[in-house]
Design a protein around this ligand. Structure first.
Ligand code: HEM
Length: 438
């Protein structure tokens, strides 16, 4: 095993700066577009994910976009927006034209990981990563997930409630990721602190006001890098059975670039931590505000997998990701020009009435397998099954232990336009008596 190189923070900073410059140039181009006429089939819009009203509740805006034509364009942001289910799915599949290489968050900024690579580099990286997520690997993690869900839901139920986000939705996924990476329990606290900082990379908008966030991302990455560096040099984190160990075992000749391993671990943190937190927090919220659906789930626990799919659709933990058009890209009668930055609004697509009947209702029997919460095409989520396992384990414990879920204070949503989820959810859990237990 070669040793890890120095983390090229200067390179990351340079990319952040370059991303800012390109974004500014884009906005100027947008101003020119505004003066000229818009291409046929394109509807102008003022929709912007970071507007306070949209951050507060994006669904009225999504409904408006869904009522409109196939392509919307925000001239001020120079941004092309797709919201209809069919078009979002097609766009996610059109990775040869709609590139991820300039990053998938708002700003054109990417880290060296498969999420932000196009073919053929993406294919090489994904092939390398697949051995970490085989059925055998997933099965080997099931007991730990079950144990964690029992412990955390058990504590919440024993106290008759608490904050379902802070006490359940946050600790469960981070402890699962720490476990599969082989991080020892005594390091969980600092590992979580650094990953909380690094994960802010998903919602950076490169303006001076966002500098603090960029600073946090870089600080988190640096600390994680030296932690991984030291541990891997000491032969840790690469044991058989850990995610990185599986990659090393499966790599031809057993040799794999340690920097690549580091960035893969970071990708798991960025992609699999807050997303799953938002899924679990959202599940508890949806079941609390729809007591009839919770009752049904308690009567029919066989609906648990379907309820998790429904929450994925209904809450859409990643609301939307961005692409850059490498060539003109056609959507029905509209053309998005080459170089355009395109937002694929997964969350709007998941509420498209052309695809889902009564889309704004949470229905645990729906089993909406065509939702796009895990994306579609070559970048489709590698950890989808793991996230489902976590959501299902939590629900099994909840229906077994709580007769009802009541919200006892104001739920607080995070001000994050990409990763939508709850920051606080105070709940009371009603006891489930022996007669009530399903
Ligand atoms: C509810 C939880 C999750 C949601 C909603 C989610 C959503 C997504 C989405 C939408 C993508 C596609 C990105 C794109 O098209 O640009 C993606 C990719 C990815 N996800 Fe997840 N994810 C979740 C959990 C996880 C977990 C638990 C892991 C692993 C620990 C994970 C690992 C990945 C990876 C590695 C990719 C990149 C795949 C590629 O680029 O080929 N995700 N995820």
């Amino acid at each position: 095993m070669r040793s890890m190189g120095k983390l090229d923070i200067a390179g990351v900073v340079a990319k952040v700066a370059a991303g800012t410059a390109v974004d500014e140039a884009s906005a100027a181009l947008g101003a020119r577009y505004r003066r000229d006429h818009l291409p046929a089939g394109v509807t102008p819009t003022a929709f912007h994910q970071m507007d306070p009203a949209v951050l507060d509740d994006p669904y009225p805006s999504y409904r408006e976009l869904l009522r409109g034509g196939p392509v919307h364009y925000n001239p001020r942001r120079h941004l092309w927006i797709l919201s209809h289910h069919q078009h979002v799915r097609e766009a996610a599949k059109s990775d040869r034209v709609l590139s991820s290489a300039e990053g998938v968050a708002r700003s054109r900024f990417s880290l060296p990981m498969m999420l932000t690579r196009d073919r053929p580099e993406h294919t090489r990286m994904r092939q390398l990563a697949i051995p970490a997520f085989t059925r055998r690997a997933l099965e080997s993690w099931q007991p730990v997930i079950d144990e964690l869900a029992a412990e955390l839901v058990g504590e919440l139920a024993a106290a008759r409630g608490g904050d379902a986000v802070k006490q359940l939705a946050v600790p469960l996924p981070i402890r699962v990721i720490a476990h599969i990476l082989g991080i020892p329990p005594e390091d969980y606290a600092r590992f979580r602190l650094w990953s909380d900082k690094a994960v802010q990379a998903t919602d950076i908008e490169l303006r001076p006001a966002a500098l603090k966030k960029s600073g946090n991302v870089l600080a988190g990455l640096l600390r994680l890098h030296s932690y991984f560096h030291e541990r891997m040099a000491a032969g840790r984190l690469l044991e058989s059975g850990t995610v990185l160990g599986r990659l090393v075992d499966a790599a031809e000749g057993g040799d794999i670039d340690p920097d690549e391993l580091f960035w893969f671990a970071i990708l798991l943190l960025l992609a699999g931590h807050e997303t799953t937190t938002n899924l679990i927090g959202g599940l508890v919220h949806s079941l609390a505000v729809n007591p009839d659906q919770y009752e049904l789930l308690r009567e029919r626990p066989d609906l648990i997998p379907s309820a998790v799919e429904e929450q994925l659709r209904f809450g859409t933990p990643i609301q939307g990701f961005y692409r850059t058009a490498l060539q003109d890209y056609e959507v029905e009668s509209a053309t998005i020009p080459r170089g355009g930055r395109v937002l694929l609004l997964f969350a709007a697509a998941n509420r498209d009435p052309r695809q889902f009947t009564d889309p704004d209702s949470f229905v645990v029997e729906r089993n909406p397998t065509s939702h796009v919460s895990f994306g579609y095409g070559v970048h489709m989520c590698l950890g989808a099954q793991l996230a489902r396992m976590e959501g299902q384990a939590v629900l099994r414990e909840l229906v077994g232990r709580a007769g009802r879920i009541e919200i006892t204070g104001k739920p607080v949503w995070k001000p994050n336009s990409t990763l939508r989820g709850l920051d606080e959810l105070p709940v009371r859990l009603g006891v489930s008596g022996p007669g009530q237990r399903p």
